[in-house]
Write a protein that binds this ligand. Structure first.
Ligand code: PEP
Length: 263
């Protein structure tokens, strides 16, 4: 669809791994690894999503050493402030120069009971504070068998985009639940099929221009050995990487996917 160039985004979701000291060492190692490999930083956007307790430290390091990584958070409150013990406001994240926030990750949906309504409210909270939501959608194996490959993701994305203005900056991540942390990977064709359906949802919900410019990531057991095959697909604009984003050499190799054959 269209002729707009979408800058690839490789995003590392650290989940509940790496404390703030380990995070510093990791970010430095990743940066040096990419530098040593003469990685062209303009070719791909890199984002790291540390736990909340690391964000201030990582932000200070990125800022001081001018490391060209975007910073993300793994969740945001639907509320802006007040008596909500344990919640983190989008306003606080913005103050820490956070760029992105993951919303609706399957682990939040599964372990914290986040519904489509909560996900939509979090998307609104992110946008209110100038954060770019990375909206995660994806089906379980049972759902895939019951309703096909696209139905669940399409419905989840429609709900998440409810009330989002057409000029909003949003990223979408298709993460089949059966492929997260399992080593079981969707085929590039399976990823493309769902990502194309999601692009149609974006166009229908936010207009054709949003459909053309919005980046859609694939996530689920992405590794250096398979990233290039996903990036060849026309509607896959990057990857949300879990386990492999915790290994500096491996994550650097994923970021450098353009050096692998024929992308
Ligand atoms: C994720 O947590 O979003 C993810 C895709 O994890 P993994 O890469 O480990 O499957």
């Amino acid at each position: 669809m269209g002729s707009v160039t979408r800058k690839p985004l490789i995003a590392g979701n650290w989940k509940m791994n790496l404390d703030h000291l380990q995070a510093v060492a990791f970010v430095q190692k990743l940066h040096w690894t990419l530098k040593d490999a003469a990685h062209e930083t303009d070719s791909v956007e890199v984002a790291v999503f540390p736990p909340f307790t690391d964000i201030r430290t990582v932000q200070t390091l990125i800022d001081a050493d001018k490391i060209p990584f975007a910073l993300g958070a793994q969740d945001v409150s639907t509320k802006d402030s007040g008596a909500y013990t344990g919640e983190v406001s989008g306003a606080f994240l913005k103050k820490l120069d956070v760029d992105y926030v993951i919303i609706g990750h399957s682990e939040r949906r599964e372990y914290h009971g986040e519904t489509d309504e909560v996900v939509a409210a979090k998307v609104q909270a992110a946008l209110r504070h100038g954060l770019v939501p990375v909206v995660c959608v994806g089906e379980t194996l049972e759902q895939r068998e019951e309703s096909g490959p696209t139905a669940v993701s399409v419905a989840q994305l429609r709900a998440a985009l409810e009330g989002v203005p057409s000029d909003a900056d949003v990223v979408v991540a298709y993460e089949p639940v059966w492929a997260i942390g399992t080593g079981q990977v969707a085929s590039p064709e399976q990823a493309q099929e769902v990502c194309a359906a999601l692009r149609t949802v974006i166009s229908e919900s936010l207009g054709d221009s949003a459909g053309e410019r919005t980046r859609i990531l694939y996530g689920g057991s992405v590794k250096s050995g398979n990233i290039a095959s996903f990036m060849r697909e026309p509607d896959v604009d990057g990857a949300l990487v879990g386990g492999a984003s915790l290994l500096a050499d491996e994550f650097a190799a994923i970021i450098r996917y353009q050096k692998h054959v024929g992308v």
